[in-house]
Design a protein. Structure first.
Lengths: 228, 228
DNA sequence: CACTATTTTTAGGTACACCTAATCCTATAA
DNA sequence: TTATAGGATTAGGTGTACCTAAAAATAGTG
């Protein structure tokens, strides 16, 4: 028996696994997509895909991309769990703002041990979601599938709850945070304009927000039943 | 103007600076001592001493060892501050034991930002010492000199307070922790045997502890006035 | 002072993770 | 079906940080 599970892969390896998971979901990730996400060259990604396969973390076929094996998926989810728990801690206990937690957590997730992670989970009382609304994988490496869809795909007249917000862009988080468009809040969808993709929503205070296509794609929502 | 202060040196660089600071105090550290502390070869240390000098972090003369410049000292103390604050956090908020905090902090100190560090200090209410009794350098990079001396240099009949304990050996911490020989506690020195360096102390509960030379050197004490 | 033991340095090499430039596939569109 | 654009791979190279083995310098001892 080999020891993928016990030996801690380098932090680069972890970054690749997370990137593959994020861009490919269950399927295969292309070198280009992974390269873009990690801001490195495709050539480097090709090289690493080979090494990841040696390690049994991905299935890789030349010109066909790489997909996570069970080991690879487990490792990716372990890092995602760390990341999201750390983000939660940073906001709840250290007073970090919405926008700043991602970068700090990105560095920390490679330095903390599993013991640290589980003690943190304990301290935070085992949260199910992080501050951006993302689900936190459990310690045994499971993650229930998300049932939300982007606001850009909503229909006029619907009432929806914000479930999560893409945390990749600091300026997006900034904008949404200032306007109270954060997970948990309820919105009425007033208009979804096919022409330019603009979505107009009304918050509980009656305030209307016109959101461009990219913003509407960064906000994930679930339909809710009628107002009380 | 160059940018030593702003650019974050690699974690190796930081480890070297801390090692130099620990083995040399104000003076010059030999390649051998640093190599031993970091568990690497002397040849590697020679190479790094050169690079550290290029970076303006140490003064280095071949065959004479390396000593920290102002920049190097500031950087070392910044890491020491991080390390000791993290140790304090791990014990006080995550329930880590005395023995386990060092290893975890050693990895974390390279991943956290200055912002994280200062927010942590805030959360901990700006402690002056870490759980082992070591002084925590201030954010502006000053560290008041320690006024304690090893128990091995105490004299029979003295009453002393444990100020700090060397945190390098897990088994030492284990042993001392089990017996309550931790910073803050008061001891009566009963005997200091020149022959074998054994020191016999009596704690406040009247329990006697014979401590071998190495243990006595790991415990730092200050004299206290007579019993109340 | 000379010899020896210890310490330090040099020489040459490895692994990792990246890069650019050039070549090679693959899928699409004419 | 064949040309071509875009993506993927190979080839060759860089910097960091380590290693071992051999050579050189220093420090201690008779």
């Amino acid at each position: 028996m080999s020891d993928y599970a016990t030996a801690e892969p380098s932090s680069s390896v972890g970054d690749y696994l997370k990137a593959i998971w994020e861009v490919a979901g269950g399927g295969a990730a292309s070198t280009k997509d992974v390269a873009e996400r990690l801001s490195i060259s495709s050539a480097s990604v090709t090289g690493m895909f080979g090494r990841l396969q040696e390690m049994g973390l991905v299935r890789y076929e030349r010109y066909r991309g790489a997909s996570l094996t069970q080991h690879g998926l487990a490792e990716a989810l372990r890092l995602v769990r760390r990341h999201r728990l750390i983000e939660t801690f940073l906001m709840e206990h250290l007073g970090y703002s919405w926008q700043d937690v991602h970068a700090e957590a990105e560095r920390l997730e490679h330095a903390v041990s599993d013991e640290f992670t589980e003690r943190l989970a304990e301290l935070l009382e085992h949260p199910g979601r992080d501050p951006h609304g993302d689900l936190i994988p459990t310690a045994d490496g499971t993650l229930v599938p998300e049932s939300s869809s982007p606001l850009s795909e909503a229909e006029a007249g619907q009432r929806v709850r914000i479930v999560k917000v893409n945390d990749e862009s600091v300026s997006v988080l900034n904008y949404l945070g200032e306007r109270g468009l954060i997970p948990g809040h309820i919105l009425a969808v007033r208009e979804v304009r096919a022409l330019d993709g603009v979505v107009i929503v009304e918050d509980e205070g009656g305030e209307k927000h016109p959101l461009g296509e990219s913003l509407a794609r960064a906000i994930f929502v679930q339909p809710v039943s009628d107002p009380a």
